[in-house]
Structure formats: C-alpha cells, structure tokens
Design a protein around this ligand. Sequence first.
Ligand code: TRP
Length: 461
Amino acid sequence: MAKFDFSKRDRFGSKIGIIAAAAGSAIGLGNIWRFPYVAGENGGGAFLLIYVGFIILIGVPVMLSEFTIGRRAQRNAYGAFKLLKPKQHWYLVGFMGIVAAFTILAFYSTVAGWTLEYLINSITNAYEGKTSAELSSMFDKFIGGGVRPVIFQLIFMFLTASIVFAGVKHGIEKYAKILMPILLLIIIVLCVRSISLPGAGDGLNFLFNPDFSKIKASTVLEALGQAFFSLSIGMGTLITYGSYISKKENLPITTVQVSAADTFIAILAGIAIFPAMFAFNIPTHESGEGLVFKVLPLLFNEMPGGFYFQLLFCLLLIVAALTSTISVLEVVVAYFTEQLNISRKKATVIAASSIAVLGIFCTLSFGQVYLEIFNPYPGSFRLGLFNILEYLSANILLPLGGFFIVIFVGWYLGRKNVNDEITNSGMLRVRLFSIFLFIVKFLAPLAIALVFLHGMGLIAF
Ligand code: TRP
C-alpha cells in the first residue's frame, strides 16, 4: 500500500488562526448547552469551583501535553504515538481517541441538530407568548418526534463535512477566524440582558456562592468530565491541531489563552442562563439536556427586541457547535488520510457518513418507540443511546485518554524532547517548566485516577 506523503501536510497559516481554531474547538455546545445543565444538576457554585480547579490543575497541563505530542510528531493522533514510541503500544491511546471522536460526534450532532430547529422556530416566531410548560412540551415533542430531528442532524453533519473537506488553512482556519469574534460579542449582549432581569441576583448567587453540602462523588467526576469535554482534551483533537501549529509558536501561551477563553465563555453562559431561571422560577435541578432550549425562549420573550436577540443567539450556538464539530471530525479524517492514505475528500465522506449512522440512533433514542423497547422503566433512569454515549465520552473515555497522555509526556517522551518542544529548542524561556513536568508526572495522573475511581464507585474515602 502506498504511504501518505507527509511533506504535503497542511498547517495553520497564522497565529490568530491557531488560537481561533483551537478556541473554536474548545468553545462549543459544551460551554453553552452542557455547562449550564450539568452545573445546574450538580448544585451550581460548588460545581463551578471544582470545575475551575480542574481546568487549572489538570486541563491546562493535559492541553499543553497534547499540543506537545502533536507538534513534536507532526502526525494525526494515532500516528503521533506510533512515530514517537514505535515499538510500544501507545498508539492504542491514539486509537481510543479515534473511537471517542465517533461517540462524541454521534451525540453532539444530535444537539447540533436541535440548534437548527431552534433557529427555525426563532425565525418563524414560534415561541412568542408561550409559557414555561408550553415551551417544555414543544421541545419534548420535537426531540421525541422521529424524523425531524434526524433531518436537522444530517444537515449539520453535512455542513461540518463541507468545511473539513476544504482542509486546514482554507477550511477550518478561515471559518474560525470570522466566526469566533462574532460569538463573543453576542454572548456578552445576552449576559447584560439576563442580569438586568428582576430577581437575577438569586441566579448569580446560585452560580457563584458554593454550597458544599451539594457535592457527591459523582459531582466531582462530572466536573472533571465537563472540564475535559469543554477544553476538547483527552481524545487527540489538540494533538491533531498541535500538529498543524508552526514550530515558531509559543505553545504554553496558546494553551493558557485557549483555556482561559473557554472557561470565560462557560461562565458567561452560566451568567446568561441562571439569573433567567431564577427570574422565571424554573428549578435548577430539573434542568436536563433541554435546559437552554426550554429556558432561553422565555427570557427572550420577556425582553424588548427579544426576537432579534434570539436570532443572534441561535446563530451563536450554531457557529460555536460548527467550529467544534469540525475539530472532532478532523481527528478521524487526519487518521484516515495519513494512516490509511485515503484522499482528504474520500476520508471526509467516509468518516462523516459512518458517524451519521451512529448519530441517527442517538437522535432516535429520545423517541417513544425507542424508549418503549430500550427503557423498560421510564423515569427510573435514562438508558437512551444518547445518554450512554454522552456519559461514556465525557466521564470515561476523555479522563482515560487524558490520563495516558500526561503519563506519556511525563514518563515516556523524554525530558529533553518535552523541553525542546515547549521552549522551541531553547528559544523561549518557560519559567514554569519544572512545575509542568511535576504535574504531568505525578499530580495530574494521580488526581485523574482518584476522581475517576471514586466517581465510578470503585474506591471510597
Ligand atoms: N469542546 C467542545 C465543546 O465544548 C466539544 C469538543 C470538540 C470536544 N472537540 C472535542 C470534546 C474533543 C471532547 C474532545 O463543545
């Protein structure tokens, strides 16, 4: 079989493009759709505190490790491990990342499809004058309704594939650079709207005032999973993006900028949503996957110019989701093109359509027929494929991937190689290098292992 010509690899063209693409990957439905509902279910302030702690202590080191591996090897996630440690089984970590890309994109594209429905309902003003109960039942009917959410999901997969199709510099980077700044602007407008509502203070209190009595073992694992999910780490997305970054860029600074931007947007999303929930008496623990879709129309209904704000918000969600889905698909496409030497176009079509098949089952798993077959005790626990893949990806595959990534950089890549890559062969002064090395060798693996085993109920303190 012919081998892929690695001298033909694409790369990011500019500094701002790298940050926009990496931040574009990190900032997505994870921040705007997932963070508020998971934080709401896990007690608010205390969850936020643990979440931010994990971002700094574990997320930043894992992200820098991924960039380091990717740029060192100049390969896709699987090929990078294979190249750096040829005689060992580290490529399995890369392979696990490819599998995680499938599971993540399958359920993520379901939610991405919901954002298209949201857009259409906003354009047609379908939410106007609706009560909280009416909005809830509208949403539940839509996701349980079979073919419509599937069509939207497929449209979204098609959009994703058409951008990845065009390659790194002309596809991913170009779109990210235009779309990311618009996103920040719109969400700030939303926050201003939300905190000026009567009763907003209680929402801010819920988000920023930690109540540690609400912390359970599962809460801590949820916070870790959310940190990984939101930063796009643990499965090789940032190994792949790292491989497109020029040898002149400053990896530690890029890492800190991307993590800070991602965390900032998640908190902004919380500021937009919780005050609104309190203002409209929506219980925080009842949030669930539908949260933003059920709550935000209420908020928009109550504001002057709400029609336009809502339109803007939908566009924001779609943009955020798209820059993330392309980064997940790129992991699989880079693997197919470089390891199996398939053309980028063919690889994109194969990857996107096979993920779409799995995705359709996720979307249908909210439907009545599916639930009657697979969920014999409705209400007791959720056994839909969507929920299974969401849990499996965020709370199992990503922490596991992150664990092996830091072990690899801490113990196997070699201190000199790591130092070379992070300091651009001694050109940059990186003052915290020994702290970074200490974290990836000891602290991060230990913390991930303890949180994981504890959260799964395998050990107790
Ligand atoms: N981080 C994205 C979000 O918050 C989702 C995402 C993109 C992702 N690439 C990833 C999650 C890789 C985990 C791993 O929406």
